[in-house]
Design a protein around this ligand. Structure first.
Ligand SMILES: [Zn+2]
Ligand SMILES: [Zn+2]
Length: 259
């Protein structure tokens, strides 16, 4: 399996992963990657929501804003100074909460790009988890939050775009409708849709029905990322599965991102 780049992986700062930036860079070098972007879960200020929800979404374990400046960014500087034979990019994976654009914009000033991963979002004023059983209204609000987020032009990649299907058994017309709205938002804003290898862990994504629709649109950009939380997963079995999945479906996956 030949890979040139990976743009979504984590470090121990999020509280549910291992390693530091340097560990993943070494892993990438070992497999002859030309480019690596690391995108740990971004800090979320506790003032944004009730503490109970904050803990449910694991945000209490993630890096704080202080960690971002004092630990996360220095890890990159150290590796960038050390390695000249690989391009190392700084990123975070973030949610999108309306009204907080200034916060995300400020993070981006210190980074190369932002990955949008909607693990939770506001549906009619309530924060809900994307992993739950979403009602019809929640599904439409998922599409809407993707559209609003991508319209800000802050994001380069939409991670595991089919997360709204996590709880879905039978793929219905409404799911196809949401899928198309996501595709259009991505095309309009030049955002890459991600085939996420980490999803093979719980066998919930990548989801064939979703990507079969994506395939119908020739202009949508697609990237394949490991979303590794452990070093063994950076270039591991699930990445191979994702590569095979994309190949079988005939998806036009970019080997590198065009910045
Ligand atoms: Zn994670
Ligand atoms: Zn994610």
């Amino acid at each position: 399996m030949k890979r040139l780049a990976n743009y979504h992986s984590h470090v121990a700062l999020c509280g549910h992963a291992e390693g530091i930036v340097e560990d993943y860079v070494i892993e990438a070098l070992k497999h002859n990657y030309e480019e690596i972007g690391i995108s740990d879960h971004c800090p979320v200020p506790i003032s944004w929501m009730k503490e109970e929800l904050y803990n449910i979404f694991w945000l209490n374990q993630q890096m704080t804003e202080a960690d971002f400046y004092e630990k996360y960014l220095p890890q990159f500087e150290e590796s960038i100074n050390k390695h000249k034979n690989i391009n190392i990019l700084k990123a975070v994976e973030t949610e999108y909460i309306e009204g907080k654009e200034a916060y995300y914009k400020n993070l981006l000033m210190h980074l190369d790009y932002l990955v949008l991963g909607i693990h939770f979002y506001e549906s009619d004023g309530e924060f809900i988890s994307s992993y739950g059983a979403l009602t019809e209204k929640d599904l439409y609000n998922y599409a809407l939050i993707v559209e609003k987020a991508l319209d800000t032009k802050l994001y380069k990649i939409l991670a595991h775009p089919e997360l709204f299907l996590y709880h879905v058994g039978e793929f219905l017309p409404i799911h196809a409708e949401i899928t198309k709205r996501i595709i259009f938002a991505a095309m309009k804003n030049d955002v890459y849709l991600e085939v996420n290898a980490n999803g093979f862990y719980h066998q919930k994504y990548p989801r064939k029905e979703f990507w079969e629709i994506v395939k119908e649109y020739k202009n949508v950009k697609i990237i394949l990322n490991s979303d590794a939380h452990y070093l063994k997963d950076f270039h591991g079995e699930n990445v191979k599965k994702a590569v095979d999945f994309a190949k079988e479906l005939g998806l036009n996956v970019s080997s590198k991102i065009d910045f």
